[in-house]
Ligand binder design. Structure first.
Ligand SMILES: *[C@@H]1O[C@H](CO)[C@@H](O)[C@H](O)[C@H]1NC(C)=O
Ligand SMILES: *[C@@H]1O[C@H](CO)[C@@H](O)[C@H](O)[C@H]1NC(C)=O
Ligand SMILES: *[C@@H]1O[C@H](CO)[C@@H](O)[C@H](O)[C@H]1NC(C)=O
Ligand SMILES: *[C@@H]1O[C@H](CO)[C@@H](O)[C@H](O)[C@H]1NC(C)=O
Ligand SMILES: *[C@@H]1O[C@H](CO)[C@@H](O)[C@H](O)[C@H]1NC(C)=O
Ligand SMILES: *[C@@H]1O[C@H](CO)[C@@H](O)[C@H](O)[C@H]1NC(C)=O
Ligand SMILES: *[C@@H]1O[C@H](CO)[C@@H](O)[C@H](O)[C@H]1NC(C)=O
Ligand SMILES: *[C@@H]1O[C@H](CO)[C@@H](O)[C@H](O)[C@H]1NC(C)=O
Length: 500
């Protein structure tokens, strides 16, 4: 969701308007359990270039919050399971966290959800006992600063919360979890927060290929499964899993709680045993998933229901333990090239995640806006380029080819480059008060063609999206809790499969 051109102070008003434009959303999980993925600044740029508008992160890392400032990207942030103890113990711990670690970056960084704990039923220790008190403290802290309506609080689950998921109409929560699930569901209903579930048809297929067809797991089958109780016909496992949650909620009389899928996806590579982990299958699953949810088609039990989903994951993450597939869930390699093409619109046109055709750069350079620059500096430089700088800025006006993605960095990049190319492509012509950066990859995308020196238009072979950043840098932070959580995700699916 971008900001309007030059509407610097209208951000909150715009978000208010956009909040009313509902419809299923497709986001991407930004897991960082890797030592070779790009810095947060570069990731924010990559996300924008590919028009990804919703990102789930697993903690509230300040570098990441800063990197997404003024990008218009909506963030779901997380409180890790290891933080549940301090968050549940004292309200003041949460108040301090909100004041020092979140509010300084809000609303420049648009935060819409806080997940408190992740898949606590799979977590060792007493995370389950702590999660609801922690959620209550987070909501209380948000209420004190008047943000509880804008930032929703929930917690993610694996399908292991169910004791039964098949047939969907028999979906039921495992009664061993009732001690915390009951108060959690009451909390979600009261705060109009969604029930968050991580769903992996891939594991169900991998671990039980004789009982689950690949086509059914990939949304490619004709009607395959009929629920004997309801007569509802299922053509894919994703819907069946979602409906098992709906029925479990209905069985406990929680009819108003919406479901949100906080993780789903398909790995592009696996160990020799994992034959279904291929780029083709990953592309098929995610493409069909997006097509399936983007038009609010809903599920057999809830036709037409909105369903937001987050694809796991942005990058292949080399530090994840387990089978080969665990390190290959990404849409992107660490060098920011895409693992396979993915159409985020679900319409088969535009906003394609593909690699830029960068082979023809031939020493040509372009000038783009730094994603690290402050909004005010960028706006000033953009105003200058389009005014005294004599740049033709018509291409970045609404409905023109370079208007989307509608954000300051993208608009400024177009204008900076035009000025730079028209003015001898010298270093000075790309300074813009320190907000310009030279790159050696063509930033052109779709029909938005960036000028090259001499004003020669670059012709593009296809509708591709260029990647402006080149180098990837090393990040050495270890996020062991993600490993744990990925590990338990895998384990949980071994358990779940027993129900299929
Ligand atoms: C949870 O576990 C921690 C340490 O393992 C302990 O200090 C705490 O008292 C426990 N809390 C509850 C509610 O059981
Ligand atoms: C329910 O949860 C308990 C505790 O985690 C577990 O031991 C049990 O196997 C689960 N039951 C089913 C049917 O999954
Ligand atoms: C939504 O997309 C699905 C899958 O492409 C299609 O079967 C369905 O008819 C579409 N629904 C609407 C309302 O367009
Ligand atoms: C790049 O261009 C070459 C030659 O025009 C073409 O064969 C290739 O498929 C293109 N690659 C991409 C990723 O578009
Ligand atoms: C690179 O540019 C030079 C000078 O403009 C030109 O002579 C050369 O043919 C170009 N090479 C390619 C591969 O386009
Ligand atoms: C570049 O493209 C624009 C519009 O597509 C066209 O009017 C202009 O003549 C082109 N310039 C060159 C040098 O080809
Ligand atoms: C790019 O996509 C648009 C539709 O989004 C299409 O009309 C146009 O022909 C495509 N251009 C190329 C070069 O494929
Ligand atoms: C798979 O199906 C067979 C027979 O249809 C059944 O005996 C078996 O228990 C099923 N396995 C799983 C893991 O559901």
């Amino acid at each position: 969701m971008g900001r309007r051109f030059k509407l610097v102070f209208g951000i909150s008003l715009l978000f208010l308007l956009l909040d009313s434009c509902r419809g299923s959303k497709v986001g991407v999980c930004y897991g960082r359990n890797a030592d070779d993925i790009p810095t947060p600044d570069k990731v924010a740029q990559l996300v924008q270039l590919h028009n990804i508008k919703y990102v789930r992160m697993y903690d509230s890392n300040i570098q990441v919050l800063k990197a997404f400032a003024n990008t218009g990207v909506e963030l779901m942030i997380g409180v890790t399971n290891t933080d549940l103890l301090p968050f549940s113990q004292f309200q003041s711990n949460v108040d301090t966290w909100l004041k020092n670690s979140i509010l300084p970056y809000y609303p420049a960084t648009k935060i819409t959800y806080i997940t408190v704990g992740a898949e606590v039923t799979e977590s060792p220790g007493n995370a389950s006992a702590l999660v609801v008190p922690a959620m209550q403290n987070v909501v209380t802290a948000l209420k004190k600063v008047g943000l509880h309506k804008r930032i929703k609080v929930s917690s993610t689950h694996s399908l292991g919360v169910l004791s039964r998921s098949f047939p969907p109409s028999a979906g039921a929560f495992n009664s061993s979890h009732a001690f915390f699930l009951k108060p959690m569901l009451e909390f979600l209903a009261e705060n109009q927060s969604p029930f968050m579930i991580d769903l992996y048809p891939y594991y169900a297929y991998r671990d039980s290929p004789n009982n689950v067809s690949l086509q059914y797991a990939l949304f490619e089958s004709s009607p395959e499964v009929i629920d004997p109780n309801t007569g509802l016909i299922y053509t894919n496992m994703f819907d069946a899993q979602i409906d098992s949650i709906y029925f479990a909620l209905m069985a406990l009389n929680f009819r108003t709680i919406k479901i949100m899928v906080t993780e789903t996806g398909w790995p592009s590579k696996g160990s020799p045993k994992e034959k279904a982990a291929t780029p083709d299958n990953a592309q098929t699953y995610n493409t069909n998933l997006i097509r399936h949810v983007i038009n609010d088609s809903g599920t057999p039990a809830k036709p037409g229901e909105e369903l937001d989903v987050y694809i796991f994951s942005l990058f292949n993450e080399n530090r994840k333990p387990g089978l080969e597939s665990e390190r290959n869930w990404g849409l992107f390699y660490p060098d920011q090239t895409s693992v396979y093409n993915l159409d985020f619109t679900g319409k088969g046109a535009g906003d394609m995640i593909t690699n830029a055709n960068i082979t023809s750069s031939n020493g040509t350079t372009w000038c783009i806006a730094s994603s690290k620059a402050s909004e005010m500096d960028l706006q000033n430089a953009l105003d200058w380029a389009c005014g005294p700088g004599n740049v033709d800025c018509s291409a970045i006006q609404p409905s023109q080819p370079c208007f989307e993605p509608d954000n300051l960095v993208s608009h400024a990049s177009y204008a900076f480059n035009s000025y730079y190319e028209q003015n001898g492509a010298t270093d000075v012509a790309c300074s813009f008060g320190g907000t310009g950066v030279k790159v050696d990859k063509d930033p052109s995308y779709d029909n938005c063609l960036y000028m090259t020196a001499g004003g020669v238009n670059k012709t593009l072979a296809s509708n591709t999206t260029a990647i402006a950043s080149t180098s990837s840098s090393t990040q050495n932070e270890a996020f062991t809790w993600i490993s744990n959580f990925i590990l338990v995700t895998s384990l949980s699916f071994l358990l779940i499969v027993g129900n299929f």
